[in-house]
Design a binder for this molecule. Structure first.
Ligand code: MSP
Length: 524
């Protein structure tokens, strides 16, 4: 059986989840559902990055012990993912003993390879990024280029990782594995960085704070939070000696946004080279969601919108649909509520919802809800086209998903739905049903449409899972969803139900939308 292990970054536990995090969750959940349909054995992991100065300071600000603080945040993240219908297999937290043990094991393997040495670190550090910067990388030599806050001067004893040793090996690896980093633009960015800069060794421990994983065998060193966090991808599998690891590594695909590309495309591969662990299969790098062109982020209060509340307004399928449709993976997308409402009304209410409603109601009205295939009914050109388009659409969805363009995949599903509406209008089964000589043809048309709706429910499942299940219920499909699919109209009992997707009215949701900004500071 083919296998795939999909991961999200583990998010910083310094505040509630926002819409940017939700995007990565919808994306990875959609991929996991897609591969499940394709009969892969799948594993989706997510979790929280709970250590480091940034979290320690956030806890202090709220008058909490760090552990108590992150426990509360973990519950909030888990509740949010539940509300958004994200199905993951593991939620790994870096403060868990199972993680700490493996982080130290990986460290030890790097050490045994002669790649860790003690020295003194003196330099500039951005706590929000949890990253060291060279003066030349800072705005005016002082401000973090992302957070625009002053970098702090750090001077303390530190363990270093001989990252420089792996520069050439990494360059060759990426050249030999051109699909290791997708999209290509991100691969090119990493290559150009590696070819034009000399990799410095990396400071991988700190002594000036407490909240983290103590480096075993030392008194005062705490593991650098990025070394600690990256290991989550392995500690979630129980380490490198487990059955789980053998099953799911290295068929691992890390999804992440562009801001943490260097950690995943440079630090992490070098750490793995050093620890003698194979590299994951792929890094899929997406862009940012912005509001009025400002990145949605915790440090930017005006952009922190609560995905839970948005799901109350748009439904979790609606929110998922818009986020996946609204931007090509790799590009940024700007959240404009008018566009969300427009897209959902057009695609989910008008195109999909109306089709389901019209077809199921006609099936009830003209066939008492019982659809029977009529293999000998005379076929017209349009019928053959309906079937041909079904296969072509499924192929296009697969091709686009596998080349990391879920937005194009979803658009092909909805354009098939549009075409089905045209088929329905052109064949007009409601007119035929009223004439004795047209009854058989009308029944055949409806059987074709019900089968096409079953088809849509499968290929659309990654993008609107709840609607897909509702459609199946209405058209009486009970068998499990499996893809590849055969176009094979079957006897079904159809039962129309409530409106599939309620149309949204901007005036009605305006007040609700004004309350979706996350409170600041988070309620803990
Ligand atoms: N803790 C690190 C990751 C460690 S992984 C070993 C971190 N955390 S984070 O809370 O800042 O989350 C970053 C991730 O959240 C991004 O890589 C992306 O997956 C998601 N996003 C955060 N803001 C986002 C947007 N505005 N838009 C899209 N995705 C966003 O970095």
């Amino acid at each position: 059986m083919d296998k795939i292990h999909i991961t999200t970054p583990i998010y910083y536990a310094n505040g509630k989840p926002h819409l940017g995090h939700a995007y990565t969750m919808f994306l990875t959940d959609a991929y996991t559902r897609y591969y499940k349909l394709r009969s892969y054995e799948t594993r989706l992991t997510t979790g929280l990055d709970e250590h480091g100065l940034k979290i320690e300071r956030a806890a202090l600000k709220h008058g909490k012990e760090p552990q108590q603080f992150v426990d509360q945040i973990a519950t909030e993240f888990q509740d949010t993912w539940k509300r958004l219908d994200i199905i993951y297999d593991d939620f790994i937290r870096t403060s868990e003993p199972r993680h700490k043990k493996i982080a130290n094991q990986v460290w030890k393997r790097m050490e045994e390879n002669g790649d860790i040495y003690l020295d003194e670190y003196k330099g500039l550090y951005c706590v929000d990024c949890e990253q060291y910067y060279r003066e030349s990388e800072l705005q005016d030599g002082q401000l973090c280029p992302i957070h625009e806050t002053p970098a702090e001067l750090v001077s303390e004893p530190s363990y270093f990782f001989r990252m420089s040793k792996y520069q050439q090996k990494l360059i060759e690896y990426i050249q030999e594995h051109p699909d290791f980093i997708v999209p290509k633009t991100r691969k090119n960015e990493v290559m150009s960085f590696l070819l034009n800069n000399k990799l410095a060794d990396l400071s991988i421990s700190r002594t000036s704070f407490q909240w983290g994983i103590p480096v075993s065998g030392t008194q005062e060193h705490i593991m650098y939070v990025w070394v600690d966090a990256l290991v989550n991808y392995i500690s979630s599998l129980g380490g490198i000696e487990t059955e789980e690891f053998k099953r799911f590594w290295p068929v691992t695909v890390h999804f992440l946004a562009k801001d943490i590309l260097r950690f995943h495309a440079v630090y992490w591969p070098c750490m793995l080279f050093s620890a003698n662990i194979p590299l994951p299969k792929r890094l899929v790098v997406h862009g940012w969601w912005t509001i009025q062109n400002r990145k949605i982020s915790k440090s930017n209060p005006a952009t922190r919108v609560d995905p839970m509340l948005l799901a109350e307004i748009f439904s979790s399928d609606g929110l998922r649909y818009f986020l996946l449709e609204g931007t090509t993976l790799g590009h940024d997308g700007d959240l404009v509520y008018e566009n969300v409402i427009d897209t959902l009304n057009t695609d989910l209410a008008n195109k999909l919802g109306n089709l389901v409603s019209r077809v199921t109601k006609m099936a009830q009205r003209y066939l008492d809800g019982i659809i029977t295939p009529l293999p000998d009914a005379p076929k017209q050109e349009l019928d053959a086209e309906l079937e041909k388009r079904a296969y072509e659409t499924a192929d296009a969805v697969a091709k686009n998903m596998e080349s990391y363009n879920p937005s194009a995949a979803l658009k092909t599903v909805i354009s098939y739905v549009s075409w089905l509406n045209v088929y329905l209008d052109k064949t007009a089964p409601w007119t035929l049903a009223k004439k004795p000589e047209g009854k058989e043809r009308s029944a055949h048309i409806l059987a074709q449409l019900i089968e096409a709706l079953r088809w849509v429910s499968i290929i659309g499942y990654p993008f609107f899972p709840n609607l897909s299940l509702k459609i199946r219920q209405q058209i009486g499909v009970e068998e499990p969803m499996i893809w590849p699919i055969l176009f094979q109209p079957t006897t079904r009992t159809v039962q129309p139900d409530d409106i599939l997707f309620q149309k949204l009215d901007l005036r009605e949701v305006k007040d609700l939308l004004s309350s979706v900004l996350l409170s600041q500071p988070p309620k803990v």
